[in-house]
Design a binder for this molecule. Structure first.
Ligand SMILES: *Cc1c(COP(=O)(O)O)cnc(C)c1O
Length: 360
């Protein structure tokens, strides 16, 4: 740390992203990326002519993409904002809605960025313990505080039905209830809070192109809410970096959103592989939480999460391990292709089988 660093920020512990290895021969199941490439329409949209146009600034209003998202979700364009990854949307929301000294609540086990944003922007926050089975006790989010919930949650993969989100939105009428739907496309019907938007002016939904649209590298997210909430977020965004989404990413987003059949088929394949992976792991003695996302959270009685992570890493398979009291026994495994899943389950079989023999 330099002697110039702000004392207010000197204690900040930043978010730790999953590893992005440089080696090519790694099976990468650690950051919930989509194993399939983006829609072929994306490649057509991001063409040579468009690369030449990179000399021009992008449209700061991102009008074409906002219009396309509005049409998709049956909202007006003023209810939509697009951002550089949904992490930006989350950051703007913390800055816009939770810096007034009143508390914002989120679960103790959830996306690791929420407490980081809260500390960066000086928000008062409360981490509410999940139940023993990692489910959300919705009663503890009904005290008219700010609320941030990932739904489905990470790393558990558990989803709340929209009717529970509705109770939470109704119980916190004077504060913004933010639902992070990064994984909602992998969940069952009736999970997304989208149908509640016209009834709750305090409800804000954040989504991303990183997971179900295979565009993690393009950095594209969005926020949906009342036009007043969106105007507030725009004020924050335009006070920071109005050109935050580059031209190629805007084109990629419109193209990916337009190819509904491709998106649906990727999501279906991932859900089918998720079911195979879940039952294969259970067959090996893992406890696996029923996932509504593109990852599973699993624990094995004889191995710590840290040792499974390390043993898989030796076999060039990356998964994610969170070294905290209630999650330390688990590994989080992204749902890859069927081939990657077979390689993972094969590796786990040899690890676990090896241990059984050693113990006689
Ligand atoms: C992956 C993820 C995001 C978003 O990421 P971006 O790539 O910034 O859009 C947001 N929330 C959760 C819970 C996630 O897991």
């Amino acid at each position: 740390m330099s002697r110039f660093f702000s004392p207010r920020l000197s204690g900040l512990a930043p978010y730790t992203p999953g590893e992005q290895p440089r080696r090519q021969n790694v099976i990468k199941l650690n950051t919930n990326e989509n194993p399939y490439p983006p829609s072929p329409a994306v490649l057509d949209a991001v063409n040579r002519g468009e690369v030449e146009k990179l000399r021009l600034y992008p449209d700061p209003t991102a009008a074409t993409l906002c219009d396309a998202l509005a049409a998709r979700f049956n909202l007006s364009p003023a209810q939509v904002m697009v951002t550089n990854g949904s992490d930006d949307a989350l950051a703007f929301a913390f800055a816009a809605f939770y810096t007034d000294g009143a508390p914002v609540r989120f679960p103790d086990i959830t996306y690791g960025f929420y407490p980081v944003f809260a500390r960066l922007f000086g928000c008062t926050y409360e981490e509410i313990p999940l139940r023993e089975d990692f489910s959300v006790d919705i009663e503890s989010f009904m005290q008219n505080t700010g609320v941030v919930l990932a739904n489905p949650n990470a790393p558990s993969g558990l989803a709340l039905p929209a009717r529970e989100i509705e109770k939470i939105a109704r119980a916190n009428p004077d504060r913004v209830v933010l639902v992070d739907e990064a994984y909602a496309d992998f969940a069952e019907e009736g999970c997304s809070a989208l149908p509640l938007l016209d009834r709750f002016e305090n409800l804000l939904i954040v989504g991303t192109f990183s997971k179900s649209y295979s565009l993690a590298g393009a950095r594209l997210g969005f926020a949906l809410g009342s036009k007043e909430l969106i105007a507030d977020l725009q004020t924050v965004r335009n006070s920071f970096n109005p050109y935050s989404i580059n031209r190629l990413t805007l084109l990629a987003g419109v193209a990916a959103l337009g190819d509904r059949a491709y998106h649906a088929s990727c999501v279906e394949r991932i859900k089918a592989t998720r079911a195979r992976l879940t039952s294969a792991l259970r067959g090996m003695g893992f406890f696996v939480i029923e996932s509504s996302a593109n990852f599973v959270f699993a624990r094995h009685g004889q191995f710590s999460g840290a040792s499974l992570y390390a043993l898989l890493r030796e076999k060039n398979i990356l998964v994610r391990h969170f070294d905290r009291p209630r999650t330390g026994d688990f590994i989080r495994i992204t749902v890859g292709t069927d081939e990657e899943t077979d390689a993972l389950t094969g590796a786990l079989k040899s690890i676990i089988g090896g241990n059984t023999n050693a113990q006689g």
